[in-house]
Write a protein that binds this ligand. Sequence first.
Ligand SMILES: C[S@@+](CC[C@H](N)C(=O)[O-])C[C@H]1O[C@@H](n2cnc3c(N)ncnc32)[C@H](O)[C@@H]1O
Length: 290
Amino acid sequence: MIKDQRPPVSANAPSTPGVSSTANREFKFTRQDFDRVKQLIYDYAGIALNDSKQDMVYGRLAKRLRAHNFSTFQEYLVLLERGNEAEWEAFINSLTTNLTSFFREAHHFPVLIEHLRANKANGTLNIWCSASSTGEEPWSLAITAAEAFDSLKPPVKIIATDLDTNVLKTAQAGVYSFDKVDKLTPSQLNKFFTKRSDGQFEIKPELRDMMTFRRQNLIEPHWSIRGPLDAIFCRNVMIYFDRATQLKILERFAPLLHPNGLLFVGHSENLYHATHLFKLRGKTVYTLEK
Ligand SMILES: C[S@@+](CC[C@H](N)C(=O)[O-])C[C@H]1O[C@@H](n2cnc3c(N)ncnc32)[C@H](O)[C@@H]1O
């Protein structure tokens, strides 16, 4: 799911492609307002926003101001700073970026198949999908596990977590429009989804037995996840964190992994700053250093 990143344009605003029109904004949004938002989201979620995100932040939060009938960002920020819980959830959900797709970074899935088969003597194999977004990633893992063992009930458990409660609901529902599943093979669609009367594709109930969904903020001091894990997927989320935050998370992943467990990261992420913890085993796939 990609949230609308366009700044709102008022009816009379001249629109120049690529140039944001701050003068015509509905709400005044100052540098100080942006800095306060930046600090709040950094402290809560570890997300480090850079200055290029000002329009995005304005566009997403303007909706929250309208929802509260506020006329200034100051009023909105005071509500947050007073700790209004419901608004905090909406604030966080508004500022996360949830782009994902089925079998994204396809080279990871054959590696996972081989890894699951090689470790089947371990008993139930445990996978943590730590930034599961709208579910395409964890459901791809479930499909891969079913294919690895040629069974809809493979000896695999997947825990799928995310910070954003909206995307978790979508993930848990497991219902996708055709444009989301059109890269899957006809045989995968047939085996793992039911086509509903509204034309949407719903994950088969058997696959659901493998899956648990839970909210987990990766920068919270307590994680509800227990090891040993055979694989951790932490893809395309560390790019939003600064190096210090990434390192803290990686230090906590290491003891959760089974000695020969695998850590999968996103295409633009690397662990050069954590070579004391992880070594490269293949393209964006890591094992424990010791
Ligand atoms: C770009 S999506 C990546 C989804 C998926 N892993 C993939 O690679 O396709 C990033 C996800 O990270 C989640 N996220 C951001 N900050 C987080 C945090 N502090 N803890 C847990 N999840 C977080 C967002 O809500 C979002 O769903």
